[in-house]
Design a binder for this molecule. Structure first.
Ligand SMILES: Nc1ncnc2c1ncn2[C@@H]1O[C@H](COP(=O)(O)OP(=O)(O)OP(=O)(O)O)[C@@H](O)[C@H]1O
Ligand SMILES: [Mg+2]
Length: 315
């Protein structure tokens, strides 16, 4: 789904690389925590997935496509399939919760009929069905983050990147946000979450990738926030449904098939993130509507979607 091949990113000449010789792969349906001290390169890694910044050397593949070969006019289409959630929520301050979610659909030309059905469905999923008319400043931090997650997920992206999504929240609110991300992952979306939230990582026991000064120093299939002896962490067993995951990957031409074959070359002990939860896609009400919408979209000028990820409008 996402693959880095010997990726180095140096922002400025003479500076130490933000990311150095990164070789890593995140499979379809995985839930991955990125941990590491401030400045270790977590956000840089995510920005490269979004093609917000290009590697200085090496290649990044997303859904089987080499990002360096994607022309700029195709970038909005790439980003439409990647949801993004930030520590500071980044909702549009003058729009209601409903309108913030609606906006993500409207800018890519979703028919109104579809919008009217999907937005309430999203509000309900994040537990805010009665707060759609509130402005962001009338919502708590946790509620704002729920709106941001609904907005990031409403287009059913195959990848959700979350950069410290619980960084501004109290522990119990953070727990709710994490459960929501886990639910999204259960529905089939690959989730990559950069975090300093020790409790979150230790509770979930998902794949943990630790970075130090731009390099991966640890990659545990069922890790904790801090490194512990490998034998106490890794079972080496494949969870139920892992075979289905590979079958699904082969059936989908968008998927990078190397996702599944590369695993065979790894030792079972470091086979990352094959959680049962991420291995199936739960059929969802809005899916038909989105298929319909996508057919419609193909006829649209793709550049129209650019606003969706325009940093100005994302604030
Ligand atoms: N736009 C930029 N220009 C120059 N240097 C940058 C830029 N963005 C990040 N860096 C540098 O790259 C390194 C990695 O930064 P990055 O933001 O990826 O770290 P991080 O792991 O996300 O940190 P944090 O946990 O604080 O969010 C840091 O040394 C940082 O100063
Ligand atoms: Mg960061």
């Amino acid at each position: 789904m996402i693959r880095f091949d010997d990726v180095t990113k140096t922002y400025m000449r003479g500076q130490n690389p933000a990311v150095e010789n990164l070789d890593i792969e995140f499979a379809r349906g995985e839930f991955v925590f990125l941990v590491g001290a401030s400045g270790s390169g977590k956000s840089t890694l995510m920005r490269m997935v979004l093609k917000e910044t290009a590697p200085t050397s090496g290649t990044v593949h997303v859904a089987g496509k080499d990002l360096s070969r994607i022309p700029s006019w195709r970038v909005p289409a790439l980003r439409r399939d990647i949801g993004m959630v930030f520590q500071d929520f980044r909702l549009l301050p003058s729009k209601t919760a409903y309108q913030n979610i609606e906006f993500a659909l409207a800018v890519i030309g979703t028919p109104r009929k579809v919008v009217r059905r999907l937005v309430p469905e999203m509000l309900e999923m994040v537990g805010l069905e009665d707060k759609g008319r509130r402005l962001p400043h009338e919502l708590s931090g946790g509620e704002q983050q729920r709106v941001a997650i609904a907005r990031a997920y409403v287009n059913r992206p195959s990848i959700l990147l979350a950069d410290e999504p619980t960084g501004n929240l109290d522990p119990s609110t953070a727990e709710g946000i994490l459960d929501l991300l886990a639910e999204i992952n259960d529905r089939g979306t690959t989730v990559v979450m950069a975090t300093h939230d020790r409790t979150a990582v230790d509770r979930m026991r998902r794949r943990v990738v630790e970075m130090v000064a731009g390099r991966v120093v640890r990659d545990d299939a069922h890790g904790t926030y801090e490194s512990v002896a490998p034998e106490s962490v890794i079972s080496g067993n494949l969870p139920d449904g892992a075979e289905d995951l590979d079958a699904q990957a082969l059936a989908d031409p968008e998927t990078d098939h190397r996702d599944s074959t590369d695993d065979a070359q790894r030792s079972p002990d470091d086979r990352p993130g094959r959680q049962a939860g991420g291995s199936h896609r739960v059929p969802h009400d809005g899916d038909d509507l989105l298929d319909e919408r996508d057919a419609h979209l193909r006829e649209e000028d793709e550049a129209f979607a650019e606003d969706l990820h325009d940093p100005e409008s994302a604030r």
